[in-house]
Design a binder for this molecule. Sequence first.
Ligand code: NAD
Length: 474
Amino acid sequence: MQVRNPRNGKYDYELVVDSPEQVGQKSKDLRSAQASWNSEGVNARVNVLLKLAEKLEEQKEDIINQLSIDTGRRKISRIEFDGAIGLIKGRCFSVPKLMEEIPVRDSFSNPTVRIKQQQVPYELVGVISPWNFPLLLALIDTVPALLAGCTVLLKPSEVTPRFIDPLEAIVEAMPELSRVLKFVRGGAESGAALVDNVDVICFTGSVATGKIIAMNAAKNFIPAFLELGGKDPAIVMADADLEVAADAVIRSAAGATGQACQSLERIYVDHTIYDAFVELLCKKIEQINYNSNYEKGGTMGPLIFDKQATKIENQLKDAIAKGAKIETGGTVDNINGGSWMMPTVVIDVNHSMSLMTEETFGPVIPVMSYNNLDEAIRLANDSNYGLSGSVFSGDVEEAIRVASLIDAGGMSINDGSLTNQVFDATKNSFKLSGLNGSRMGNNGFTRFFRTKALLIQTAHPQSIHSQEEDSSSV
Ligand code: NAD
C-alpha cells in the first residue's frame, strides 16, 4: 500500500501488508505465549511495560518524526507521544491495586459454600486503530490488555502507519514483550482477518466500519468494544464567560484541524449573546494561521486523509444550498500539494443540513441560536451520536444540571473535549458513538477479564433424595 504525506500530497512510503495467513500465524504464536505471560503476575507485567516506556523515551525523536510525517503536525505529535507515555505509566501505577486477590467468603445464599472469585484474562485481544492519533489510539487499549495478562495483536491505520517501524523495533528488542505483542500492517482485509482470529476486539474508528466489526464479532461470538465517531454539541448559556467559551470552542472544534472524535461540531448559543459570540469567534480566528511552513509557526496543520476534504466540502455545499452562511474560512486550500483548511464559522444552520447531523471531522464550527434551555437540550440530543459535549455557564450547578440531560458519555463543563485530557474517568459512548464497557477509568482495565467463581462445598453435598417427592411438595 502507498502512504501519502499530508503536507505535500506525495506518496512516499510503502506499507507491506500482512496476508490473512500471516495474521493467523501471528495469532497462533501469541496464543502459545499467553499462559506464561499471565502466570508471571501483574507486577512482572508492569515492569515490562515500564521498560517499554523507557525504551520509547530513548527513541522519542524518531517516533515523533514518523508521526509528524504521517499527520503533518509536529507539536501535536509531541503532545501525543507524551500522552502515550503518561498512559503507560498511569496504567502501570493503577492496575496492581485492581488485581488484589478477593478474599474467599461464605455464600449468602448457601452458607455451607465458600466462594473464591478469579479474574481470567482473554487469551488474545485484537486492537484496530484509526489515523487521527496513530500512536495514542494504538496503545490506549493495548497497554491495559497486556497488563491484564492478555496477548495483543495490533493493527494501526494504513493511513498513518510509519510509527509502526520504530515501535516494532523496540518491541522486537524486548523478547519478554515481543512474544505477547505483535503488529499487523494493512487495511480492511488485514483488519477483517484480525477480527477472525482474536477473542475480543477493541476498535476505534468510524461508525460505518464499527458496524461491520460488530457484525463480524457477532459471527465469531466475541465481544466488541467499539469507540466510534461523534457530533459533539456545545451549549453556550446566556451567563457564560464568552472569552472562556470562545477559546474552548475554537481549540476543541479546530484543534488538530478538527480531526478528533471529541471535537465540538455543533454550537448552540443563547439568542441574547449569539451575535456577540459569533463576532468573538471570528475575531479570535483572525489570529490563527496555517503552519504550512513550520519555521514560520502557525497553528493549523493539513487534513491528514485526502478523502476528508471532499466530505467537508460536500457538507458545506449542502448547508449553503439550504441557507447557511459562512462567516469566516470555508475553503479547502491546496498548499504545496496538501489540503488545508482554516477554522470555519457557519451561521444560519439547522438540522436539515448534514453539517449538523453527520460527523464532519474537520475544523468547521456551525453556530445555531436557541431561545430557551429546553430547546437547546432538545437540539443537542437530536443526534444519532452520543460521544461527548460541553456546557458553558457562569453557574456551574446549572451547567451540571444541563449536562446531565445530554445523551452523551462525557460532558465537559466550561471547557471542550476534556475527555482527551482525562483518562481516569469512566465513560461510555452513547448511541452510535460506541458499544460496550468504558475504555477509560478502571473499567478500561477490568473489561479484559472474565470473572470466574470457584464454589467450595464445606458440608456433605445434598443427595438426590433431597428432590424426592413427598406430601410436603404437593
Ligand atoms: P475507519 O473506520 O475508516 O478505520 C479505522 C480502522 O479500521 C483502520 O485501521 C482500518 O484499516 C480498519 N478497517 C477498515 N475496514 C475494516 C474492516 N472491514 N474490518 C476490520 N478493520 C477495518 O476510521 P478512520 O477514518 O481511520 O478514523 C476516523 C474515525 O475514527 C472517525 O469517525 C472518528 O470519530 C473515529 N474515532 C473515534 C474515537 C473514539 O474514541 N470514539 C477516537 C478517534 C477516532
